[in-house]
Design a protein around this ligand. Structure first.
Ligand code: ZN
Length: 244
């Protein structure tokens, strides 16, 4: 190739890369849109949304649990980017209106809620579940106390501990005290055969780059440093079973 042509091609490639920084993926990677809850994959489920393979395995698991008198009921499954953005902005507004400074508000929100675009609920592989056959507690259903001790969903949790992995489902945010990031969530399971692939692609995302134009409340505090430690702790410091 002549030098002049090379320079021209190289600069065109550079332009393409800078215009579409996240659209160029190695084969079998998941697109940035799908990773961030902005795609439109086909979903399956009655009253919830899972990718097909996860749904099929979920149905087998629920049928098996039913034999033990447990009705695995989905409280939350797929959430798109805009849904997560509404949650984020509502919480940020609430905390800062009470006088909390932006960085403190963000620290508080990310104990349990994700920054939009970073939720595993964007993938169609993850679920929050309760036992529909148990006497339902009043108030918030997704509290640790309901899944432990004599809690209403204790039986469900015991059953999931013994059986979920057989169906490909794994707890994401375990109660390992050395784990950083999100707090213990005994209700949140992930279908590993699919979510492992999503996570592998997610590792490659530059969170600062993909979030900087999303106009999230508190965006000025979502610095490259904060997002880099968030990725390390909130995205990747999870049940090690989901990483291998
Ligand atoms: Zn969840």
């Amino acid at each position: 190739m002549k030098r002049r042509h090379f320079i021209k091609s190289a600069s065109l490639l550079g332009m393409a890369l800078s215009t579409f920084p996240h659209s160029i993926w190695a084969t079998n990677s998941i697109s940035c849109e799908l990773l961030m809850g902005k795609g439109s994959p086909s979903f399956y489920g009655n009253g919830y949304k899972l990718l097909q393979e996860a749904h099929e395995s979920f149905l087998k698991m629920t049928a098996d649990a039913l034999k033990a008198g447990i009705h695995i009921k989905v409280v939350s499954s797929y959430r798109d980017f805009e849904h997560q953005k509404r949650i984020w902005n509502r919480k940020y507004n609430l905390l800062t209106s009470r006088g909390m400074a932006g960085p403190e508000a963000i620290k508080s929100i990310i104990e349990y809620s994700t920054i939009p675009g970073t939720s595993r609920h964007h993938w169609g592989t993850d679920l929050d579940i309760i036992d529909g056959n148990a006497v339902q507690p009043t108030g918030d259903l997704l509290l640790e106390e309901h899944f432990e001790g004599q809690g209403a969903f204790h039986k469900l949790k015991q059953w999931m501990n013994a059986n979920a992995n057989r169906f490909g489902f794994f707890l994401v945010y375990t109660n390992d005290p050395s784990r950083k990031g999100f707090k213990y969530e005994p209700w949140h399971y992930s279908y590993k055969p699919l979510s492992k692939t999503y996570l592998e692609s997610y590792r490659e995302l530059d969170l600062y780059e993909v979030l900087k134009n999303e106009h999230l409340l508190g965006a000025e505090f979502l610095t490259p440093e904060l997002l880099s430690s968030y990725k390390k702790e909130h995205v990747l410091d999870i049940n090690p079973e989901l990483l291998r």
